[in-house]
Design a protein around this ligand. Structure first.
Ligand SMILES: Cc1cc2nc3c(=O)[nH]c(=O)nc-3n(C[C@H](O)[C@H](O)[C@H](O)COP(=O)(O)O)c2cc1C
Length: 285
């Protein structure tokens, strides 16, 4: 904290005899907690926010968050989240990632509504095709029905998400399977930074059926690849540990399929039965 005590002779008549303390803009902000969307100070003077959780805890608890409060994300937090996203690696450090952040404007509303319609169609078709109402889905408390309920609510409220972000890749050569590695690390950085600041989000592919309308609406150049759709906001529920398959199924040593001895999940790890679809008679991969 910078602290300058002004000499008495430089003080105005009213201030004579009082102590004047100069407080830097970032500290002043922490003390005054101003309306962060109405920045009276410059973000250029403000360091990235501190996080109360460790990096590894954040990694283990960044879940897909699909239910948000109505709170908007203050500009300073959007700045920190997007700053963190853009610290990601990319091939030859060319940084071909771009983020179109859509919050409250006219175009944002139109883009959200456009993708909302697509999301509802996609989910309705998937819900039927995957039999979400059948089997354990008939029990309203089963994980399957809870998932279906969350998804229904997500797509129904999609047009009202606090922030819709389109992470994009500016192509500078022919499409290549490796190109995603120059945009998706930035997407994950974004989600992790959001988690660190108490926000949550989810990657979706809901933009795909309406990609050309979206490009027209938002002036996105033809050569730009919209890598995914991401929604972001303050979670209505809590963050918690993600559930995955056991570590030994992911980590091999010496040869394909040979689990590493040290690939042992730490205490408290939560597991899921989800995983890649297996064909009958096929050995696990
Ligand atoms: C490539 C990709 C596509 C995804 N597409 C969608 C989608 O269209 N809709 C959706 O609601 N979630 C989508 N997700 C989110 C996944 O369902 C979610 O990350 C996964 O189930 C793990 O969730 P968890 O981290 O909460 O365990 C997608 C995630 C990825 C990585």
């Amino acid at each position: 904290m910078s602290c300058i005590i002004l000499p008495a002779e430089s003080q105005s008549e009213e201030l004579k005899g009082t102590l004047s303390v100069y407080v830097s803009p970032s500290i002043r902000h922490q003390i005054e907690q101003p309306d962060m969307n109405n920045d009276p100070y410059s973000l250029a003077d403000q360091p990235v926010s501190q996080s109360a959780i460790s990096l590894l805890e954040g990694l283990a608890t960044t879940r897909a968050i699909r239910r948000y409060t109505n709170e908007q994300i203050p500009h300073e937090h959007l700045r920190d989240i997007l700053y963190s996203a853009t610290r990601a690696p990319s091939g030859s450090n060319r940084q071909p990632f771009r983020f179109l952040v859509l919050t409250e404007g006219e175009q944002a509303q139109q883009a959200k509504a456009l993708i909302a319609t697509s999301a509802q169609e996609i989910w309705t078709a998937k819900e039927q095709a995957d039999g979400y109402g059948q089997g354990s889905g008939a029990d309203p408390n089963s994980p399957k029905s809870r998932m279906a309920k969350t998804m229904r609510s997500y797509v129904e409220h999609f047009a009202d998400v606090p922030a819709l972000i389109l992470p994009c890749l500016v192509r500078y050569r022919a499409p290549d399977p490796m190109e995603g590695a120059s945009v998706y690390p930035a997407v994950q950085n974004l989600l992790l930074a959001a988690r660190a600041l108490g926000y949550g989000g989810v990657i979706t592919g809901f933009h795909k059926p309406v990609e050309s309308e979206l490009k027209t609406l938002l002036d996105i150049p033809e050569e730009v690849f919209v890598a995914c759709t991401l929604t972001l906001g303050k979670p209505q529920g809590k963050h918690g540990p993600v559930r995955r398959r056991p570590l030994k199924e992911f980590v091999f040593t010496d040869k394909w399929g040979k689990a590493a001895d040290w690939a042992i999940d730490p205490p408290g790890t939560r597991f899921t039965s989800a995983g890649p679809p297996q064909k009958q008679g096929q050995r696990p991969i």
